[in-house]
Design a protein around this ligand. Structure first.
Ligand SMILES: [Zn+2]
Length: 162
């Protein structure tokens, strides 16, 4: 195994043996045959519809983790829409490199096609993935509200007004 035999599965760049993550994408590097990755990139490029590859990148969907994001990106690619997966803001910590919420960005010209793909495949509300992770905080907020209301009612019921 040579020093540059580690590859980023996302962008396909090769790295020296001592690096663990791709400095560009944060993906864990894999020891893979260069040819296989190049073929995969070529295959990916072949699938991309040039009409969907124009304009600035816009938010298309949220995902709970890299695996889910890659699944969505795969669905989009099948329809010719290229996409970029990036870590959601606030999770830019090395420990969370392979986990944590992701955002899927697509070129502006492919945004509508991406939305159609996500609707067709049952991912009706892509933002729901992020809402799910925020639910525990909501439950706690709701619980605190109930406790506050009960406390006020009890205070009013037991308080003697002079
Ligand atoms: Zn990379």
């Amino acid at each position: 195994m040579s020093a540059a035999s580690l590859l980023c599965p996302d962008c396909g760049t090769s790295h020296a043996g001592e690096e663990r993550f791709c400095p560009r994408c944060g993906m864990p590097l894999v020891a893979a045959h260069t040819e296989a990755v190049v073929d995969e990139r070529r295959e990916r490029a072949r699938k991309i519809d040039p009409r969907y590859a124009e304009g600035r990148l816009v938010w298309a969907a949220g995902a709970r983790n890299q695996v889910e994001a890659e699944f969505i990106a795969g669905l989009l690619l099948e329809e010719g829409v290229p996409s970029l997966i990036r870590r959601a803001a606030g999770f830019d910590v090395p420990d969370f490199m392979a986990s944590g919420p992701r955002e899927i960005l697509v070129p502006a010209s492919g945004a509508e096609a991406a939305r159609d793909v996500l609707l067709e495949t049952g991912i009706r509300d892509p933002a729901a993935a992020l809402v799910t992770t925020a639910r525990p905080a909501r439950l706690i907020a709701g619980l605190l509200l109930v406790i506050a209301v009960v406390a006020i009612v009890l205070f009013m019921a037991t308080h003697t007004w002079d």
